[in-house]
Design a protein around this ligand. Structure first.
Ligand SMILES: [Fe+2]
Length: 574
């Protein structure tokens, strides 16, 4: 029987492409990894080409192309364009923009936007008849529900929350027998995520990107210090049943000036602490109300707000939450996957078939590189730089032994990870028990934010040694934090130094046997069952994808060792 193939394409901020074949995800990549523009927004031409080529497909072999926005919002290609837009929002004209969005003229703008988008899609060679536009929050919900490990016979309560998409910022749905039924929504003028983005900008960081840095700053403050900031922020938004409601007069999308005035004279860390606390409390209240209404305690979440790993921890701790699944890299980069899932589910339901979609599972969904490609890249770099590359018989043992000697090692191996987190294949690794490694890595990869914690990869056999996780919430993706046990000193360089939480990748052996064996050997040498794992990139650049990216990052950084598949690359003085 012919296979049903769907390509999901997210053609906006943090653009991405995935390939779904008969309900199984075969390939996924973000455009930033290929064009090297961090969080690139726009049409992902390179990713589409790679998804087809690496799977020996032509456009004609694909049944549908699924896009996770009905109305594609304004595209900002780079960080600089985002910042420019935010600066422009800090003016008296903002209420006019808000009025425009409420007017019939906005419908005309949307029609024009659709026309231009279709032109772009045709330019990529995609037949218009194969295009499906999926509602943005439906795409997030589909990712959370169909990508979850829950049995499709189980009822699942599905939450989406982000800045904005197709007029909404949040939705609550019930997933049942392979179908999603939406039971509540929140309009995009009432978004806690947008408030978070404005405050991120106000604190001098890039909105829609650096919110995690505000979250990382929050534990440095304490409730007694952030009390006044908390009081001010908690008055802005409340939870009404299964929705959020702003209490300020202006849409949260245009609330920058309100926030700036409100938080004037508050200290930066107290603002972060208060904002994080309000965010956690509102999300928890929203989920609690939804569980109370439906009686469903299996929870699945997606959308940019669930990149907030600390809020996810609060959800996991709720007595009302029995099981929790947060879609990995849950921002818009994974909405291409949600759009593909939804399109597949609809096509199955249409012909009366049961929807069978494989849970997301492993995120090693990007390209791998052949030995000849790696050799050619090494040769090219050897001609320009003083580097040495030696074949190692056992790269995993070599890395483990270097880590034991307290060396920092970059690792490039196998398929590239999809999403915001490096999960061992494009990672910088270090001994987590030595606190000096934090500064060492910060210096090596330049300008990394001094207050941001690192994270560990813990082999699953040793999870309970370090992590307090009484509900056994699966944690393979670094998308949720946990409190640590009293053995935390062994992983002190890979946890938050202010509140002692960790955002772990708990690694089962069969998920990535080679990576697992590095940690296992390190554990045999040191008794520490975890390593520090941070993404392999220079600060502000996307994670490396190709051998050339890896070598380029290596020579421009202070890194001493790079294990490029089985070649140990080091720097020589002559
Ligand atoms: Fe979104």
């Amino acid at each position: 029987m012919a296979k049903l193939r769907i390509i999901g394409i997210h053609d906006n901020h943090n653009a991405s492409v995935c390939l779904l074949e008969d309900g199984k995800l075969l390939f996924a990549i973000q455009e930033e990894r290929l064009n090297r523009i961090k969080n690139f927004g726009g049409f992902p031409d390179l990713s589409l080409k790679m998804a087809l080529q690496r799977n020996n497909l032509e456009i004609d072999d694909v049944d549908f192309f699924a896009f996770p926005f009905e109305h594609n919002p304004q595209i900002f290609r780079t960080q600089a364009e985002w910042i420019q837009w935010c600066k422009s929002a800090d003016n008296w004209q903002t209420p006019l923009v808000e009025a425009f969005r409420e007017s019939p003229a906005f419908r005309l703008y949307k029609a024009y936007n659709r026309h231009e988008r279709m032109k772009r899609i045709r330019k990529a060679g995609i037949p218009p008849g194969k295009v499906k536009f999926v509602n943005h929050h439906l795409a997030h919900a589909a990712a959370a529900y169909y990508g979850s490990p829950y049995d499709k016979g189980e009822d699942v309560l599905v939450f989406t929350l982000d800045g904005a998409g197709d007029g909404l910022c949040a939705s609550v749905s019930v997933g049942k027998h392979g179908k999603l039924e939406r039971i509540a929504t929140t309009g995009d003028g009432h978004s806690i995520a947008t408030i978070y983005a404005h405050v991120t900008f106000m604190l001098g960081m890039t909105p829609i990107e650096h919110e995690y840095k505000v979250m990382g700053l929050a534990p440095y403050s304490k409730p007694e210090y952030f009390a006044t900031a908390y009081e001010k922020l908690s008055g802005l938004i409340k939870v009404d049943g299964l929705s959020f409601t702003r209490t300020c007069s202006t849409s949260t999308m245009y609330a920058y000036r309100i926030l700036k005035n409100l938080l004037r004279y508050e200290r930066f860390d107290n603002i972060a602490g208060a904002l994080q606390r309000v965010t956690e409390e509102r999300i928890v209240a929203w989920i609690r109300n939804s569980v109370a209404k439906t009686g469903i305690k299996n929870i699945a979440c997606a959308g940019g707000a669930f990149m907030n790993v600390k809020a996810n921890q609060r959800i996991g701790e709720m007595p009302e939450c029995e099981r929790l699944f947060i879609f990995p890299s849950s921002g818009d980069e994974s909405s291409s996957i949600g759009a593909a899932y939804e399109t597949y589910a609809e096509s199955q339901l249409e012909i009366g078939e049961e929807v069978k979609i494989e849970p997301i599972g492993s995120l090693y969904l990007g390209p791998s590189y052949r030995e000849e490609e790696i050799q050619a890249a090494v040769q090219a770099f050897k001609e320009k730089y003083t580097i040495r590359a030696e074949a190692t018989g056992d790269p995993e043992a070599t890395i483990a032994d270097l880590l034991h000697k307290n060396k920092v090692v970059a690792r490039f191996d196998g398929r590239l990870e999809f999403g915001a987190r490096a999960l061992g294949n494009r990672s910088i690794l270090a001994n987590p028990s030595d606190l000096s490694n934090t500064k060492k890595i910060n210096d090596m990869i330049k300008m990394r934010d001094f207050w941001m914690p690192f994270a560990p990869t813990i082999i699953s056999e040793r999870e309970t040694d370090y992590v307090t996780n009484p509900k056994g919430i699966p944690a393979p993706y670094m998308i949720i934090t946990f409190d640590t046990t009293d053995r935390r000193r062994e992983i002190q360089a890979a946890m938050h130094p202010a509140d002692f939480t960790v955002r772990p990748q708990v690694l089962a052996r069969d998920e990535n046997p080679a990576y697992w064996s590095i940690i296992n050997r390190f554990a045999e040498n040191t008794s520490v069952g975890a390593i520090l794992n941070t993404s392999f990139n220079l600060h502000g650049e996307p994670i490396v994808a190709s051998p050339e990216d890896a070598l380029s990052t290596f020579v421009r950084s202070g890194l001493e060792y790079l294990m490029l598949e089985d070649l140990l690359v080091s720097k020589t003085s002559s």
